[in-house]
Design a binder for this molecule. Sequence first.
Ligand code: SAH
Ligand code: SF4
Length: 369
Amino acid sequence: MINLLDLEPAALDAFFAERGEKPFRARQVSRWVHQRFVDDVGAMTDIARPLRERLAAEAGIRGPRVLRDTTASDGTRKWLLDAGKGNAVEAVYIPEDDRGTLCISSQAGCALDCAFCSTGKQGFNRNLETGEIVGQLWHANRTLLMDGIRAPWVEAGRAPITNVVMMGMGEPLANFDHVVPALRLFLDDNAYGLSRRRVTLSTSGLVPWIDRLRDECPVALAVSLHAPTDALRDGLVPINRRHPLAELMAACRRYLDKAPRDFITFEYVMLDGVNDQPTHAHELVRLVRDVPCKINLIPFNPFPGSEFGTSPRERIRAFARTLQDAGIVATIRKTRGEDIDAACGQLAGQVQDRVKRRLAARIPLAVAR
Ligand code: SAH
Ligand code: SF4
């Protein structure tokens, strides 16, 4: 049984073409699935009954199974979603006055093993399918609408989620073949219709895949930097040993040719006494000198068993001031959903059958074209 959530726009077109149907059928069905969030082909009332019946025999709409649904005191809402075989991933809704953001997962677990990340600590289980990635957005929109969410853009007929960030569990570029079709649906006018600027992919720095994203689907890019020198970054973000900072900075510059925004966002998690000293700020200024960027300082979110501490507020402010004095736009990220462990890097889900982490075995080495 085909899950319609798995089909990117070109695949849905092909599905109908193969069955001798006109291309507008694909657009009609796409709007039912991704704009009206139906979960039943039978509900597609402007499609003639015989076609609906044929379609229902072959395809369905299978959204995620919700294992837990928690709302924090600040309105942040986290869904724990079944990923099969005892695994689960998380999607987090972050309401703001002028937008609704959904933080989406791309893998159950993560192989990259960054020292300060709860997902990384669990190891890797598997890549999510396209339908499981898209299903997170489909589910959030559908649920928020059913719950009667109130927001000016919803009253004007738009979907509750206006912005997507691929910043949940997993390294999205390590699951390129399922993530890019999902991004195409996020952007497609007959699906979610988000602009490229409102879809952000965050990566720890898989350089060859940054180039491929630039060629195939350049959405807004965030890069998890976390350290200004290779010596420090090697220990915090192990992928740096394969793609060191000079290579990463060059890839960021190349990305800017096609990026929907004229800057890269650098994420920098503030770890007490590790990467938050004045010298680090000065080194960071030098590192990013040739890359138009904004730097987002993330207060470290502790999780059970984490060996790091959160930098004191005043030190984070001083770090931001050093960057700002050098002419760099630097902001301190507000932590949301703390009381339900929904903040950056706290997403844990559950990962069973954990596969022994070995960077070399897990990360695609070269880009297959
Ligand atoms: N794998 C991708 C995207 C998911 S992580 C990446 O690493 O970019 C999203 C962001 O949260 C990354 O910048 C990540 O480094 C950061 N992060 C991870 N653990 C964190 C923690 N405990 N506290 C704060 N930020 C964290
Ligand atoms: Fe994976 Fe990102 Fe966590 Fe690193 S920070 S372990 S790349 S999810």
